[in-house]
Structure formats: C-alpha cells, structure tokens
Write a protein that binds this ligand. Structure first.
Ligand code: CA
Ligand code: CA
Length: 351
C-alpha cells in the first residue's frame, strides 16, 4: 500500500472511531499514572534497603564503610572472609524519657567503631562517632549504666578478644558527643588505649557513684611458675567528676554474698608480690550504703581465723585486721545469718 493510500485510509475514518481512539489513549495514560503512583508509594512505605524501618536495618545501614573496605582488602590479600558484627541499644541519652538515640557498635572481626544515631521518624541521622582508632575486638557489646545516679545513662561498650575477655570503653554523653570517661592511657602516637577488661561496677565507698573494679588479668598460675610471673594487683578506679582514675591497688578485693540454704565456705586465691611488708585485711559489712549486713561470719586467711562470729553483728560496719601475706594466699569466707547479707574483703599494704 502506497503512503498516499494509507493517509487516505486514516483520513477517511469515521469521526466516531477517532473519538474512541483518543478516549482509549487517555484511559491508558491515567492507568499508567495510577500504577506509577502506587509503585512510588510502595517504595516509600515498604521496608527496603533504601528506606529501612526496623532499628536493626537502620543500624546495618550505617555500618561504617571503612570497616567493610578494611576487611575486603584484607580478604583479597589472603586474610579471613569478610566479617560483620554489630550490636545496639536504644538509649534515652538526654534523660527526656524517650529512647530516641541508637548507640551502635560495629566490628569487622578486627577493628571496631561506635556510632550514635538519632532516630527521626523511620530514619536516623548519625550524630557522633568517637575518634578512637584502637577500638578492636570481634563481638561488640553495649550496656547502659547510670554511673553517677543522675538518671541519664552512661554507655559501656566492649569488644571481645579472641581469647574471650572484652576490652571495655566507658563513655558519658555530653549532649552532643560521647566522652571517654573510663580508665585509659594515651600512647606516644596520641592513640587512646582502654585500661579495663571485663570490669565490675561496684559503689565501694557508698557515695552513690559506681567505682570500677578490675581483677588481675592473670588466671590461675601453673604450679612451679609462681615465682617467675609477678602477681598483678586488683585495680580500683573512682570517678572524679571528669574521668575514672586509679584510686587503690589492693592485693585482693572481693565481695561475698550469703546465699539461701546452709552457710557455705567460699575460697579465693590471690598472690602478693611483697611478703615482708605489713598488710591490712579490711572487711566492710553490708553493701556500699551499709545495707544487707551479716550478723555472723568466719573469715580465714591461709587457714588462720582473722575474724570470727563474735566480731560481727548488725551494728558492725568495718573490721580491720593486720595480716602478713605469703606469695600465694587463700582467703576463706563463710557467711551465716539471714540470706541476702554481704561483706567485701580488701587486702592491701599498710601505708
Ligand atoms: Ca549518669
Ligand atoms: Ca563510689
């Protein structure tokens, strides 16, 4: 068919048929517009990579790219397969009775990162990342602890090491950033190291502010090696309003609890570096505030009774006994009386 003929055929159509064609065309346009609108709405409101809804997805969305890059480069150079671990808590950092922050910790199996995200509707914005190059460990953990009793939580982040113990970093929230308040030191390159591994938080002096107790890193020493590995003391860090600083280094620190059931003897081993200096064994009866005292107990050091039942009652707060230590020592404690009582025993050089 020639072009001229075709033009004639179209031009020769009935006006009614042309109207139908136009109506079909505009219906199709309307249909397409509706489909596009629905697709747009679906992308906006359905959970997906670009618009995460769950906190888990938000936390993953902000996984630090430098950790991903580091493990991929390492893998290409023959290292282990890329690894990702993250942990988070929802936190009311400002004390406004709304857990509107996400504190997230990330690890690629070697290096770690901490990120504070502020939740806004279905999204979050990163508001702070502590600049600590030496955060490292495999599995991150986060705990909120109100260290100074002001209702606003402090943040304890840990990264477990291959051998199990976790390096801990303690922060307070300034309103805009996490400030490291945990015990730490700075090396010659300006990098900050934490001084604590799996610490305990105890209010030792009852001032309402938690203290940090760090036990010796050395586990049980194989027999015969006691003399070649110097003993490590316990370390107690107290908060001075700015930072936790070392306040005492006792040879032993431990809290004993009166459990339900018959009184039971519990023993703890500890070592001492100096055996020729006088030591003081101090028993604090009750918790930091003086509650939960025991009315009867027996405390022995190296098989010798240092405090018997007659020394304890509900009015006794503290018992101090001068003692001598051996290189290796055993403290044995049996608490009696009503379950729930506790004592804390410290052994440190007499100053
Ligand atoms: Ca607090
Ligand atoms: Ca305290």
């Amino acid at each position: 068919m020639s072009n001229r003929n075709r033009r004639r055929r179209i031009a020769g159509r009935e006006p009614a048929a042309m109207g139908l064609l136009e109506r079909n065309f505009s219906l199709r346009a309307l249909w397409l517009a509706t489909i596009s609108l629905l697709c747009g709405l679906a992308i906006l409101f359905l959970p997906g990579r670009s618009y995460p809804q769950t906190v888990e997805q938000l936390v993953e969305q902000f996984f630090p790219q430098r950790l991903i890059d580091e493990s991929e480069i390492d893998f290409r150079q023959g290292g282990p397969a890329p690894f990702r671990a993250s942990e988070f808590v929802l936190a009311d950092l400002d004390g406004v009775r709304k857990r509107n922050y996400i504190v997230a910790a990330y690890s690629n199996g070697f290096s770690g990162a901490i990120l504070v995200l502020k939740q806004q509707n279905n999204t979050a914005v990163p508001v702070h990342e502590p600049n600590l190059r030496l955060l490292s460990g495999i599995f991150p953990g986060i705990q909120l602890i109100d260290i100074n009793g002001d209702v606003k939580p402090e943040v304890a982040v840990s990264f477990s090491s291959a051998r199990g113990p976790a390096f801990s970093w303690i922060f307070s929230w300034s309103g805009s950033e996490l400030t490291l308040i945990g015990p730490s030191s700075t090396d010659e390159h300006g990098d900050v190291h934490t001084s604590i591994v799996d610490p305990d938080f105890v209010d030792i002096d009852g001032d309402g502010i938690l203290d940090i107790v760090q036990g010796p890193a050395d586990g049980p020493i194989p027999s015969g090696l006691e003399d070649s590995i110097p003993p490590e003391s316990y370390r107690i860090y107290s908060f001075d309003g700015q930072k936790f600083r070392l306040s005492r280094s006792p040879s032993y620190f431990g809290t004993f609890f009166r459990q339900t059931g018959a009184p039971a003897l519990k023993s703890a081993r500890f070592r001492a570096d100096l055996t020729e200096v006088p030591y003081l064994l101090k028993i604090v009866n009750g918790d930091g505030k003086g509650k939960d005292k025991v009315s009867s107990a027996e405390v022995q050091l190296n098989g010798v009774l240092v405090a018997g039942p007659e020394r304890f009652n509900q009015q006794v707060r503290e018992i101090v006994v001068p003692v001598k230590l051996d290189k290796s020592n055993v403290l044995s404690v049996e608490l009696r009386g009503a379950p729930g009582g506790q004592i804390t025993v410290t052994v440190e050089p007499q100053t």
